[in-house]
Design a protein around this ligand. Structure first.
Ligand code: GCB
Length: 657
């Protein structure tokens, strides 16, 4: 538990926006963040559904704290709305004020707990939030249990003591969420007060941001309760290697709750046969004739997963206990040379997309149907990879990537770092903490092959060199097994961060933001871009964004901007150069963007960003078919002759769902 209500309110008294932002959230981060899975020793209870909700519309946005709304059921302190969880709150209602609301919103849910959870003192009950954007404070039965900064990573609180105090079998979960962004949050933002009273009412302010997606807010991912025994497996770290035909699985296990325990680990293949076993908190399992985890379309049997079963048996003052946790494990290696990105020692070419977590009504709210649609589209397209532009995606997304062999560049929310004050120590410390949380959450996913610490920062600013050197070396220390990058749009000669990356990821929008309307300049400009970067750094390069705004159904030939023809021509011209350079040192291309997505309202955006090859409703524009032909052709080149799946790749419906 973190702090007391009294402390919490004292801290809140001093601020209007973004709560304390004093790193107190770090207290909620101790320990591992293993995804809550059911096992013979663990249960789950999902709290998805309708929650009570209220936006604090008071001028100070602090009324909820002043009146201590968390102390009593929310309905007793004023009117409430029904709000779905998970979902952004912005687009659910008919109220324009809520869509653009900035400040604290309050969520509350009463939960009935199984009797065993409240009576059995050998049970540990944990409350876990998948994502609350941006700053969250959580209470159970009016008691402050956790605080977390950052909208895209999970946090949790052990609430056993609170729910095991008496015969009560219900608990009231209250979560206050603040979407305010400041120069020191990730992503950063600024609150602009408009003080000219001839133009704006008193107290008028807007949230300013330097990134191109709508700052959706709320409880975006599942909230759940889960149990473990009080002596439990807290964290598992797996790294893998390959020695000829033998797969090496290195494991490290952290436990809590007892000093007297034993650990047994077993590695099972997909048919459930035990292929290796060991004991103790760390060790190496050797798997003869290992089946490797290969990316989708790189092998006839991609995404092979083993299961690592961990069993802890402990002696405690309350008697013997056992905890079980099963982790999917893919055996694969990743390496980078001056010109190549290697997976399992073979050159891998990223032909994929950039995505957003974004859809109608639910905004950034997690949704299984949308997720499956997106994965089906990715596989239809022949995409073998995506970047989690511009923040970590839901854990369930990463699990599907493991399962389908979709390779991931895992990006933190470091987008829009453009102001000098966002390169200071406060921002840097928070950025380091976010990388810790991200690596802790995603380190065991075979699909994750590279970390991206930022997108398009002002990396030519003087402090950027030290800043990125520090963030990147910290990330490498957290995870020495994966390359690290950030995505740049700076000039190659001025960029101070790129010296520290393993792979250069470059965004460019030739013939869109520059020389717009002039498709004929693309080839020359793109060649110059690649040659300049490679000459300067001798590192592999990924074209991490390129694209054109396209209104579905708008046709113009010869191509004019915003038409489907223009998007196709622009892409095709990029592809001509990519086809030359991928023979040398270009190791990937990621289209901007998979689907249209919502942004702030600006004169440049027509109901959001329309650079998707699919509409926001996931219907294809013409460019989707162009890209599909290309990706399947690229995949077909990669497959070894005689490997069989060439024909699989050429089938019009190549999916085995
Ligand atoms: C970029 C950004 C991305 C934008 C995109 C665009 O360079 O990385 O977030 O949405 O350009 O469409 O302008």
């Amino acid at each position: 538990m973190v702090g007391t209500p009294a402390r919490c309110c004292a801290a809140l008294g001093a601020l209007l926006w973004g709560c304390a932002l004093l790193g107190r959230g770090a207290l909620a981060l101790q320990g591992g963040t293993l995804y809550p899975r059911e096992s013979p020793s663990r249960e789950r209870k999902e709290l998805d559904g309708l929650w009570s909700f209220r936006a604090d519309l008071s001028a100070s946005r602090r009324r909820g704290f002043e009146e201590q709304w968390y102390r009593r059921p929310l309905r007793e302190s004023g009117p409430t709305l029904d709000m779905p969880v998970p979902s952004s709150f912005n687009d659910v209602g008919q109220d324009g004020q809520l869509r653009n609301f900035v400040g604290w919103v309050w969520y509350e849910r009463e939960v009935i707990l199984p009797e065993r959870w409240t009576q059995d003192l050998r049970t540990r009950v944990v409350l876990r939030v998948g994502s609350a954007h941006y700053y969250a404070i959580m209470w159970v039965n009016g008691v402050h249990v956790a605080e977390h900064e950052g909208g895209h990573l999970p946090f949790e609180a052990d609430i056993s003591k609170l729910v095991q105090t008496g015969p009560l079998s219900s608990c009231r979960v209250t979560i206050a969420v603040n979407n305010t962004l400041t120069p020191h949050t990730l992503p950063p933002g600024t609150i602009l007060y408009k003080t000219d009273t001839s133009k704006y009412p008193k107290g008028y302010f807007v949230q300013d941001i330097n990134f191109d997606f709508f700052n959706y807010a709320g409880l975006h991912r599942p909230v759940l309760l889960y149990t473990t025994p009080t002596a439990y497996i807290d964290d598992i770290t797996v790294t893998t290697d390959v020695d000829q035909d033998t797969g090496l699985v290195n494991y490290q296990i952290v436990t809590q709750g007892s000093k007297h325990f034993e650990l047994e680990v077993r590695l099972l293949d997909a048919e459930g046969n035990v292929v290796a076993q060991g004991t103790g908190g760390r060790g190496q399992l050797q798997v003869p004739n290992a089946r490797l985890w290969w990316p989708y379309l790189m092998h006839k049997d991609p995404a092979y997963l083993y299961s690592l079963e961990v069993r802890m048996t402990a002696q405690t003052v309350m008697g013997p206990m056992a905890d079980f946790y099963t982790l999917p494990v893919g055996i694969r290696t990743v390496a980078v040379t001056e010109t190549q990105f290697l997976i399992n020692g073979k050159p891998f070419y990223f032909h994929g997309v950039n995505k957003h977590e974004d859809s109608d009504i639910r905004g950034k709210g997690f949704d299984w149907a949308l997720l499956m649609k997106d994965f089906n589209l990715l596989r239809w397209l022949g995409a073998n990879s995506f970047r989690t532009s511009h923040y970590p995606y839901a854990e369930e997304v990463m699990q599907l990537c493991d399962r389908y062999g979709i390779v991931v560049i895992d990006e933190c929310p470091g987008v829009g770092i453009v102001l000098a004050e966002s390169f200071g120590n406060q921002s840097l410390q928070h950025h380091l903490q976010v990388m810790e949380e991200l690596v802790r959450r995603d380190k065991n996913h075979p699909a994750v092959v590279m970390w991206s610490v930022a997108n398009e920062p002002s990396s030519a600013l003087q402090p950027a060199g030290y800043y990125f050197k520090t963030v990147i070396s910290h990330t490498k220390a957290l995870d020495p097994t994966r390359p690290v990058t950030f995505v740049t749009n700076s000039n190659y000669a001025a960029d101070l961060g790129v010296p520290y990356v393993d792979v250069i990821c470059v965004n460019s929008y030739y013939s869109w933001y520059h020389d717009y309307g002039h498709l004929e300049v693309i080839e020359l400009q793109l060649q110059t871009q690649f040659e300049s970067w490679h000459r300067a750094y001798r590192k592999p390069i990924i074209q991490s964004e390129y694209g054109a705004e396209t209104i579905a159904g708008l046709h113009e030939d010869p191509p004019l901007m915003f038409s489907e023809e223009y998007q196709k021509s622009l892409l095709a011209r990029y592809h001509a150069v990519l086809d030359e350079k991928r023979k040398e040192y270009v190791v990937g291309e990621l289209i901007w963007n998979f689907a249209d997505f919502m942004t702030n309202q600006t004169p440049q955006r027509v109901l959001g960003n329309k650079k998707g090859i699919f509409t926001r409703q996931r219907q294809p524009k013409s460019a989707a078919f162009l890209l599909r032909d290309r990706y399947w052709r690229l995949a077909n080149e990669t497959l070894e002759p005689g490997a069989g799946p060439r024909s699989l790749c050429l089938q019009s419906s190549p999916l085995r769902v």
